[in-house]
Structures are given as structure tokens and as C-alpha cells.
Design a protein around this ligand. Structure first.
Ligand SMILES: Cc1cc2nc3c(=O)[nH]c(=O)nc-3n(C[C@H](O)[C@H](O)[C@H](O)COP(=O)(O)OP(=O)(O)OC[C@H]3O[C@@H](n4cnc5c(N)ncnc54)[C@H](O)[C@@H]3O)c2cc1C
Ligand code: FES
Length: 509
């Protein structure tokens, strides 16, 4: 690891502050939107175009969570996705997936241009490549299907990468952008004429017609939960989506070594990469690599080492920014968009993007606005969030959950501190204290920060994320800060403060 690497998303570090007010009081609108990532902000923009009023409540800052930590390719090419969708749902559904994502891509390009959003948007070809013989046929099949669906796909071995590949598919006219600037830029066009955007406003209670923070309540005809994974127990989506975590690095690059396209490998460990030119004309490259389990420090270190080796060896890039990011794989591989359930308390949701949620998240915003405006949309046939298809996918899905359970028993760190006194500065670990699981972190100044390690969603034990310095839950992907505050759901309540027996005794004395 480069000594000076910053523990932050490059995109968030280089976006202007958004500065929306926090919510207080009471408000009545057509639609309450919980969450200001690409899904929530696009939904709001679509509702505005349809003349509906809305209040968007963002817990932290718009665009800075999963969206602002992505590699930010806006594509209808999603690795080997179409063959999977066609196998599980049929060719007509693959056509809907293609249409949704091409529409999502076109919408991003159109909005950025029409609204003058300064987000480094560039049209680029996207490539999925393989260096392994047994994946060649998969690429050929994906291209054949994509062409049948009318997508701009072709077979090639000419990728612009500094190594030979056995096969690759090239999709023309795809796009890349600065995700945080795009979302913040779009959000800036929303207030006024019945549109409200609030930041620092975490929703802690909700129903089909209300969303409440600890400072007030929004009443609405519809509630959209655009929180990446729906909150709490909503629709039980945490049981139908498997979380995965990835290392992301970004560093300056020799412009002559930056490929013109955006690239991802079929084989695991996945390598995904692309270039970026900043406003001062400097060239950068961003990379993401192998998946690792939430809170599993040894796996996290290996994942970073792997992607950092790849970036240095092939592109001469050293990490200047390092961060982690997560997404969810739905058990049948299609995102869930629409009503959370058939019941009376249903809200609208969008989740399960499988690390392809920028074009798809934009399409989700269009679909959600269509549902609210009572407009027919054929994509719903595939994405309907109430579908129950526990057919294919269930076996792998259950295996992944069983591995999580085994890890919870086995622990995460190879070096196990004996107690908090044994924690080195910058180190975090979960330890048993007075019979309780406690998450402790020793900061660089030597002070200990300790909170309960019991996730407030459903009671799993969180683990340490060394890069971002957060407590991450391996069960359904909730993330918490050092003080226990929620960063990512489905949890909505913070980790409880840890009060040692000694403190308890001195308080009651
Ligand atoms: C390593 C990695 C790389 C990726 N790269 C790409 C890529 O190149 N192309 C692509 O298409 N996709 C990519 N993705 C996937 C994509 O980033 C996501 O699918 C997409 O950004 C999800 O958007 P979202 O709006 O659902 O979530 P988010 O952007 O996380 O937005 C949800 C918002 O809800 C807020 N929120 C949560 N709880 C509450 C609450 N209780 N009250 C109020 N607000 C709340 C959060 O603070 C957050 O801002 C990548 C994913 C990963 C992990
Ligand atoms: S996220 Fe569900 S138990 Fe932690």
C-alpha cells in the first residue's frame, strides 16, 4: 500500500459540497423518497418531469454512498448477464433488461447534457475479456444473444489492454462519468415547485404513506425506499440478496498507458478498470478487484494486495485513494424493482443491482416513477420485486449464507489480540468483554473507541473493515461508523454504546 493513499473515494473527495438542509417539522407531498443515491435522485427527477411533488430524505450526503464509491461505468454491457437472464427468465426478459439498461444509459447522457451537469461524461466502448480458454464460448454466446437483442456488441481480441486476451466482446457507445458530481448535479435541479431535498436526515420509521426522521415526518401517497437494500424487514429482501464487498483503488497514470475503453474480466478474481481525466488534464485509472466477505480483514488485505499488484504490473499505477464498496447479488440474478409486497403496507423499492446499478439504477428510477404515475411499463415483467423465483440460484445462495455462518464461529483476524490493551494504533477487533461481543478500535492517538458488536438489524456480529475503518455486518451488509452510527442499512439503529462493568459500577456508585 502506498503510504500516502487516502482512505476515501476519489469521486467523493473531488465533488463539490451539496449543502441541502436537514429536515424538520411536517410536510405533505405526493411521494416520499428515502435515499439520495442514483436511484432516489433519478426517481425524484422523473417525478418532477411528471409534475408530482416529492420530498427526498437522505441520511448522509446525496450521491456519496454506494453510487459515489463505484467505478462509474454507465453501460448496458454487464459481463455475462444476458445469457444468465435468458436462461432463467427467457429471451423476452433479456430484451427487457437490454431495453431498460440502454434507456438508463441514454437518460444519463441526455440529462447530463440537457441540464449542463459537469460530470466528466464521456462515450467509450466497454469490453468484457477473458484470458482463459473455458470462458471463450461464454463470450461468444453472450455476443450472439446481445446482437439478437439489438445491442451494439461484437467479438474482438483487440482490446487496447497491455496483455493478450483469448476473446473479448466490445459494446460501442457506452459511457463513463464522475458519479458523485452527476448525482449532486441532478439533485441540484430538484428543489422548487413541490420538490424538496434534505440531507443529514435519516429515516428511522416508515409506512406505506409516511417516512419519519427523529426531527419530523413526511406524509405522502407513496413511499419509495431507494436505500440500496430496503430497510429493516421490508419485503425480506435481505434474504433474497447476497452482499459482496470489493476493494477499489485509484491513482494517477501515464496517459500513454491508459486504455481508451472500459474493461472487466469474466474470470475470477475479477479485474475491472477504466481511465479518467481530471479538470487539470491529469490522467487517472480506477480499479476494482476480488470480492471479500464483510468484516473479514485477512480477505480484505488479500483482495487489496491482488488488485494493487495488477494495477502496478500492467499499468504502472500506485494507489493514491483506497476504499471499499458493496453491492448485492439477487438470488435469481435480476434486480428487484417495484412494490415491496402485495400487502397493505407496501412501499416501492429497487435493489439487487449486482454491481451494475448506474444504468440500471436510472432505469429503476424511470420504472418507479411510471408505477407511481400509473403508466404501463413492460420492464416490470422481469423486475417485479414481488416475484418469487427460488428456482435456479438458490443452491449457490444458500451456500454463501452457510459460509457466512461458519465464519461467524471461526472469527476473522489471523492475529487475534488478547484484549483491548493488546490493540495497536489503527487496529480494530471484536473481543469478548464481560461476556459481551464488543467492537473496539484504537485510534492513532491511543484512545479506545468501543461499541457493541451486535448488529442492530438481526443480531449478527459485525467485523472490522481496515480500509474504511468501519464495522461491517457479514449477514446482510449493514455498515457502522466507529461511534456505532449507521452508514449503510438494512440496519436503521446505531450499534449500542459499550459500557464496561467498571464504568457501570462507577456510575451507580
Ligand atoms: C466496487 C463496485 C463498483 C461498481 N461499479 C459500477 C459501475 O462501474 N457501473 C455500474 O453500473 N454499477 C457499479 N456498481 C454498482 C452501483 O454503484 C450500485 O448498484 C448503485 O450505485 C446503487 O445505487 P443506489 O441509489 O441503490 O444506492 P446508494 O448510492 O447507496 O444510495 C442509497 C442512499 O440511501 C441513503 N440511505 C440509506 N438508509 C437511509 C435512511 N434510513 N434514511 C435516509 N437515507 C438513507 C444512503 O445514505 C444512500 O445515499 C459498483 C458497485 C461496486 C460495489
Ligand atoms: S445486516 Fe442483517 S444482521 Fe447485520
Amino acid at each position: 500500500m502506498a503510504a500516502a493513499a487516502r482512505r476515501q473515494s476519489y469521486w467523493n473527495a473531488t465533488a463539490p459540497a451539496s449543502g441541502f438542509p436537514s429536515f424538520t417539522g411536517d410536510l405533505e407531498v405526493d411521494v416520499a423518497i428515502i435515499g439520495g443515491g442514483i436511484v432516489g435522485v433519478t426517481t425524484a427527477s422523473q417525478l418532477k418531469e411528471r409534475g408530482l411533488s416529492f420530498a427526498l430524505l437522505e441520511a448522509r450526503r446525496v450521491g456519496e454512498e454506494v453510487t459515489g464509491k463505484s467505478t462509474a461505468k454507465v453501460t448496458s454491457q454487464h459481463n455475462i448477464k444476458y445469457t444468465t437472464i435468458e436462461r432463467k427468465f427467457g429471451e423476452e426478459s433479456a430484451r427487457h433488461y437490454a431495453d431498460a439498461n440502454e434507456t438508463g444509459l441514454r437518460t444519463v447522457v441526455d440529462l447530463a447534457g440537457r441540464l449542463g451537469i459537469d460530470c466528466s461524461l464521456e462515450r467509450r466502448p466497454a469490453f468484457t475479456y477473458t484470458k482463459e480458454e473455458h470462458h471463450v464460448a461464454e463470450i461468444e454466446k453472450e455476443v450472439e444473444l446481445a446482437r439478437r437483442l439489438g445491442l451494439p456488441a461484437s467479438l474482438t481480441r483487440d482490446t487496447g489492454l497491455p496483455f493478450d486476451v483469448l476473446a473479448a466482446m466490445r459494446w460501442d457507445d457506452q459511457a463513463q462519468f464522475h458519479p458523485t458530481r452527476y448525482v449532486k448535479g441532478l439533485a441540484a435541479t430538484l428543489p422548487g415547485n413541490g420538490g424538496y431535498v434534505f440531507e443529514g436526515s435519516r429515516v428511522i420509521d416508515w409506512g406505506k404513506d409516511r417516512a419519519a426522521t427523529d426531527a419530523g415526518s413526511v406524509r405522502a401517497k407513496h413511499v419509495v425506499m431507494a436505500t440500496h437494500l430496503p430497510l429493516g424487514q421490508t419485503g425480506l429482501f435481505y434474504a433474497e440478496n447476497h452482499p459482496h464487498m470489493h476493494p477499489v483503488i485509484m491513482g494517477q497514470a501515464d496517459p500513454a498507458r491508459v486504455p481508451a475503453g472500459m474493461h472487466i474480466s469474466v474470470e475470477t478474481p475479477h479485474h475491472s478498470l477504466r481511465g479518467h481525466r481530471d479538470e487539470n488534464g491529469r490522467s487517472w485509472m480506477i480499479f476494482t478487484g476480488p470480492t471479500f466477505k464483510h468484516g473479514h480483514v485477512d480477505q480484505e488485505r488479500q483482495a487489496f494486495a491482488q488488485i494493487e499488484r495488477f494495477a502496478a504490473e500492467h499499468f504502472g499505477v500506485t494507489a493514491e485513494y483506497r476504499w471499499t464498496n458493496e453491492d448485492y447479488t439477487p438470488m435469481d440474478h435480476a434486480p428487484f424493482v417495484g412494490w415491496s409486497s402485495g400487502g397493505a403496507g407496501a412501499c416501492l423499492v429497487a435493489t439487487g443491482f449486482d454491481a451494475w446499478g448506474l444504468s440500471m439504477g436510472t432505469a429503476a428510477g424511470i420504472l418507479l416513477a411510471d408505477i407511481i404515475a400509473d403508466r404501463a411499463n413492460p420492464w416490470l415483467d422481469l423486475f417485479d420485486a414481488r416475484r418469487i423465483k427460488p428456482i435456479a440460484g438458490a443452491k449457490d445462495f444458500l451456500k454463501a449464507n452457510a459460509e457466512v455462518a461458519a465464519d461467524l464461529v471461526g472469527g476473522y483476524l489471523s492475529r487475534k489480540p488478547h484484549g483491548f490493551d493488546d490493540l495497536r494504533p489503527g487496529e480494530g477487533a471484536v473481543l469478548k468483554v464481560d461476556g459481551h461481543n464488543v467492537a473496539g478500535y484504537r485510534d492513532e492517538g491511543g484512545a479506545l473507541h468501543a461499541v457493541s458488536a451486535v448488529c442492530t438489524h438481526m443480531g449478527c456480529i459485525v467485523g472490522w473493515n481496515e480500509t474504511d475503518r468501519t464495522w461491517d455486518c457479514p449477514c446482510h451488509g449493514s455498515r457502522f461508523g466507529l461511534d456505532g452510527a449507521v452508514i449503510h442499512g438494512p440496519a436503521v439503529k446505531p450499534l449500542a454504546p459499550h459500557v464496561s462493568k467498571k464504568d457501570q459500577a462507577s456510575r451507580s456508585a
